[in-house]
Design a protein around this ligand. Structure first.
Ligand code: FES
Ligand code: FES
Length: 163
């Protein structure tokens, strides 16, 4: 199959490459761009380990062709921390409140939670559970993930109020 010229912004940086349009975004990110934060858990759109943000929406990059990502703005877990390297409130809260065990789901979970808090800065527990329902975790039982997202929401709201 002939290759297409793809151009997109990934974590704030413009990237260009030649790729077959049917290449999955997860493979483009992991293999071409060396961004191995997004994980491949199922390859069938169920687990959410591959979740990235694309133009303001959470997408499963194992279900997205690179051709569909052309010209888009993509953020992976590598782009969530602050530019100076300090952790985002969600990353801090997951660490402090045991929101991870093996960590396999964590990049997708945090990337999804990051978008969720932009969609709804003060979600209820039920809204958090619904909001992350496309992301599976085999280790934690979700309790501490929900707690971490709640704490991060409070931290971000307090920061915003102080500004
Ligand atoms: S690897 Fe994409 S949803 Fe599981
Ligand atoms: S921390 Fe292991 S799958 Fe979620």
């Amino acid at each position: 199959m002939s290759k297409m010229h793809v151009k997109m912004t990934v974590n704030g940086k413009e990237v260009e490459a030649l790729a077959e349009p049917r290449t999955l975004l997860i493979h483009f990110l992991r293999e071409d761009q060396q961004l191995t934060g997004p994980h491949i858990g199922c390859d069938t759109g169920h687990c959410g380990a591959c979740t990235v943000d694309m133009d303001g929406k959470s997408v499963k990059s194992c279900m997205t062709f690179v051709g569909q990502s052309n010209g888009k703005n993509v953020t992976t877990i590598e782009g969530i921390a602050h530019p100076d390297g300090t952790l985002h409130a969600l990353q801090e809260a997951f660490r402090e409140h045991h929101g991870l065990q093996c960590g396999f789901c964590t990049p997708g979970m945090i990337t999804r939670a990051h978008r969720l808090l932009q969609e709804n800065p003060s979600p209820t527990e039920e809204e958090i559970r619904y909001g992350i329902s496309g992301n599976l975790c085999r280790c934690t039982g979700y309790q501490n993930i929900v707690k971490a997202i709640t704490v991060a929401a409070d931290m971000l709201n307090a920061q915003e109020a102080a500004e």
